[in-house]
Design a protein around this ligand. Structure first.
Ligand code: ADP
Length: 185
């Protein structure tokens, strides 16, 4: 059966890192909307030009644009046996679009959690190391606000499909918790 895993959690919780590790362990593609959008901006595609300023402000790209890129990606052949979605869905409308597009869209939802102080500290550190356009203090606060208002409601939306994982601790510790949570599910 196709295995579908969704990663949910605030910016800085470690979704990207953990999703990449889990993707290698389970041999299913890691689909990150943030990475796809950053790629579009970097290569200067039409999509990239449309989303650049929205992303730099820490706001969400419109549902239509994101749903279209995810829809195209999950229909590629390497996603036949499943996939891991990181950063999508981020709004109730996106989650509904995913349910409409895919039968049994939700396998397991991994909710990664961490304290706000820790999130801000990690994102500021990443800002120094990677220089991502949206990793500055003002934008980080905006992204956390957007997470609370737009994305957090998905925890109730997905209800029993959600596995809560403590994202505090080392990368290996958190990964072990995710593997344990999935095995028990
Ligand atoms: P973060 O590290 O803040 O969780 P991501 O790398 O997942 O960020 O996404 C970076 C930015 O890309 C978001 O702040 C938003 O502007 C845009 N983005 C990514 N995924 C989505 C989505 N599903 N819906 C709308 N915008 C998105």
């Amino acid at each position: 059966m196709a295995r579908r895993i969704l990663f949910l959690g605030p910016p800085g919780a470690g979704k990207g890192t953990q999703a990449a590790m889990l993707s290698r362990a389970l041999h299913i593609p890691h689909i990150s909307t943030g990475a796809m959008l950053r790629d579009a901006v970097a290569t200067g595609t039409e999509l990239g030009r449309k989303v650049e300023s929205v992303m730099a402000a820490g706001d969400l790209v419109s549902d239509d644009l994101v749903v279209a890129i995810v829809d195209e990606r999950i229909n590629q052949s390497d996603a036949n046996c499943g996939y891991l979605l990181d950063g999508f869905p981020r709004t109730i409308a996106q989650a509904e679009a995913l349910n409409d597009a895919v039968v049994n869209a939700i396998g397991t939802v991994v909710l990664l959690e961490a304290d706000t102080d820790e999130l801000v500290a990690r994102l500021l550190k990443r800002a120094e190391e990677e220089g991502r356009a949206d990793d500055n203090e003002t934008t980080i606060r905006r992204r956390l606000e957007v997470y609370h208002s737009e994305t957090e409601p998905l925890i109730d939306f997905y209800g029993d499909a959600v596995i809560r994982v403590d994202g505090m601790g080392s990368i290996e510790e958190v990964f072990a918790r995710i593997m344990l949570g999935l095995a028990a599910n």
